[in-house]
Design a binder for this molecule. Sequence first.
Ligand code: MN
Length: 422
Amino acid sequence: MTASWVPGAAGSGFGADHLPFGVFRAEGSEPSVGVRIGEFVLSAGPAAAAGGMNVAGLWHKPSLEPFLAAGPRVWAFARDWLTTVLTDPGHRAMVEPNLLPIDAVTMEMPFRVGDYVDFYASEHHASNLGRLFRPDAEPLLPNWKHLPVGYHGRSQTVVISGTPIVRPCGQRRGPDDDRPTFGPTARLDIEAELAYVVGTGSELGTPVPAAAFADTVFGVTLLNDWSARDIQAWEYVPLGPFLGKSFATSISPWITPLAALGSARVPPPPRTVALLDYLADDPEEPWGLDISLEIEWNGTVVSKPPYASMYYTGAQMLAHTTINGATVRPGDLYASGTISGPAADQVGSFIELSRGGRDPVRLADGSTRTFLEDGDTVTIVATAPSISGGRIELGSVSGTVLPARADAGLPGQARPGPRTSS
Ligand code: MN
């Protein structure tokens, strides 16, 4: 592939071989669809209009949803056009007026999240957590190698990278407590994950096979599933996570198209138990992904989770989600679950990194941590092999912890009503 003429784009991780989509707001303007190229955002609607490209109407929008819903032929056509105009200098005069420095714009939620599901697809993470939560039992439950276990999460608290994370309060019961108490979580944690963004929808009653993955899912984004482990440990039996996770889930503003991950495809780890037929991924080109993550805790890289170690692929998660006839819609989001590799420095959560809070982690400033403290910032970054031979860099996801609300849990307080326009 020819390199982009955009200054600094080639080799930046955001060259013409990547082209992630998001929604940005420039000062004094409405939010609109943008494409990242180097340290610039291409204002996609005006650029397409100037170029006479007929998808311009899908991009003059405050959400990616119309473009997501347009489906795989439009995605491919649009990507071809973007590649052409960002690599052929003959288009520079038309495109350049629509490039905005990334520092000059604010990124917004790229779409309104529909249904949000979180899976549990890392064998290493599921085993590590099983040992911590159920020390006297087999770490993997009997269903784990037969289906991708998941739970339905809270879509309206999926927030854009940079949104402050207020320490949640709730019920928890420690091992020595005979009854639960209420208060701020003392075990606030992260989960480093990859999330899949659904483009085209499906029909009620009609499963989406794994083979239709790339026609259904538009792309991926990094996700941090903030988790309050003490609240989670007390509430999760028998129906799974609820308030220990629903307070906030952060995503990167940039959606990397599957089309940019063609060279990152790898087989998932060998299966030790045969899967049912509906969970068969493409045997020639399965959808394991060689994406390398890094977790920065206040700027110190504390772990490097490898996505290639995930047991279930995104195609298998989609097939499982819809095998009962349940639908998916544009803007649905489903996440992989915590990405943990086999090594101690490859885990995707701090409960694993600190071995249940027993082994503190030392940061670059000399301080130590087990779980998150107020003021801490966590940033997850990732790279993957590019279709042009280098590497692309996924948009990062970051968040800073704010103290718990002092008035949380007090009875009888009036609560503010919904905001109204004055
Ligand atoms: Mn999770």
